[in-house]
Design a protein around this ligand. Sequence first.
Ligand code: NA7
Length: 533
Amino acid sequence: MAADTPTETLDAVVMGAGVAGLYQLHQLRKEGFKTRLFEAGADLAGTWFWNRYPGSLWDEDLYKGWTWSERFPGQPEIERWLHYVADKLDLRKDIKFNARVTSAHYDKGRNRWTIKTSAGDVIDTHYFVSCGGMLSAPLKTQFEGQDKFKGQIVYTSLYPAEGIEVKDKRVGVIGVGATGIQVIQTLAPKSGHMTVFARTPQYSVKMKNPKWGPEEHKEYHGRYEHTRTTVPHTFSGFDFDWDPKVTWANSTPEERQKVMEDSYEDGSLKIWLASFPEIFFDQEASDAVSEYVAGRMRKRLNNDPHLVDAIVPTLADYGFGTHRVPLENGYLEALQLPNVEVISVRKDRNPIKRFVENGIELEDGRVVELDKIILATGFDAGSGALSRIDVRGRDGRSLAEEWRKDIRTTMGLGKHGYPNLLMTAVPLAPSAALCNMTTCLSQQTEWITRAMVDQRNDGKAFLEPSAEGEDKWVKHHDDTANATLVTKTNSWYMGSNVPGKPRRMLSYVGGVGVYRKKCEEERDAGYPSFVRA
Ligand code: NA7
């Protein structure tokens, strides 16, 4: 058989078996599209799910047939939930595991895609639907001398399923983002000794994660309808929202204090995404809430000057919520354990110089001796997953090359030059940042399904964002982002954690509800931002 002879002919290929991919497969199958999902992993995967409303909101039976053990369930429970969904909906029969999509080429003459996988598949398909995840492409941080280190190096994104042995070991953790924080609070008490290498201080909020019993389950199951009808329309896709009556401008100092306290005490992301909307664009409001959260952190650190300097941001660093706010559960206490040392590796303190055989050498010449180094150093967010695949659109254009120069999409759903490529969790849509992922992914996959059905019903086979449509969305996206303080802060939100990545706010900040409305308007108006034929 010639290398390009199709092994299968399909209506749609779905890439990635996380929340989006599973729901997308379910919908397309239901609509009668011949679909197969290809997943690089050996089983149902997905990136990192931190919220408590996984996508079963789209199915009442699924929602009510599952009980969560706590308010913010951990990764193993969410993985069990994914298996439950896949089994209930009998999805596995249309999923091929251990099959990483390696290339996707569009053939203009035939208006078809050829998709190849690492397992030798050559698929001839009409649609290519990417559900590859916003934060699924880990940054392979290369420190000078990394290959010389004789101990174990572990990337959190490729963390061994069986865990790692830290008892009596000298463990180093690089990175104090959402991932590093979870690793530190979990492993510090179990490690022989832990050294935390903290570069940019990071605001964090104390999570409240009560166990759930029969009463909470009853309450949870009882609010299905309410949740289904409200959550998709809120600013962030969570079950809370800004109170339109409460703004920084119209509150007294006492009222402001009370809102900050109440929303912080909720133990969720409420102080970020449901306190005062002005924290995103008004410097005074931003400073006040930043100072409030920093104050709570300093208190928990017992005002230890060294820890405060290394761990707690100041107003001179950046404002609270201008990049992702991690929830933590004992992180600040873990940093104060007698077996833990925190080293500030900021440029103006004592940066990491290189890895050496027995550990990490700092700029001042000190060598921190280590047995294991855990790298919680982040992701090539948004554009990373698809850029690592050879995606070629019309006339052989390369998506990776285009995005290397300028990261643009049409509503985060399509890209000019790439007909019949439909995407979730890519830049310029409200995904991962400032959005409950499952809410956004449900909405995006539903929009994609409807677009494909509309194409079929209207006797059309070609769907591509127009150049003008894309320009319009990019401008709206940029205008919205540039009106906020978010674009001033360096983080993966702006792509600034990846050397050479073009700077642009990756996530749409107009709000989940607003984005949904805009997507619906696009559809109702007959897809004016797209060329259809
Ligand atoms: P993040 O939030 O990008 O955090 C990465 C961390 O790694 C951050 O503290 C970085 O410091 C640090 N880092 C990266 N490179 C280095 C080097 N070379 N030296 C020292 N420190 C370094 O990634 P996460 O995985 O924690 O979280 C990603 C998202 O997953 C999160 O936002 C949630 O949405 C879920 P820096 O800030 O760059 O100074």
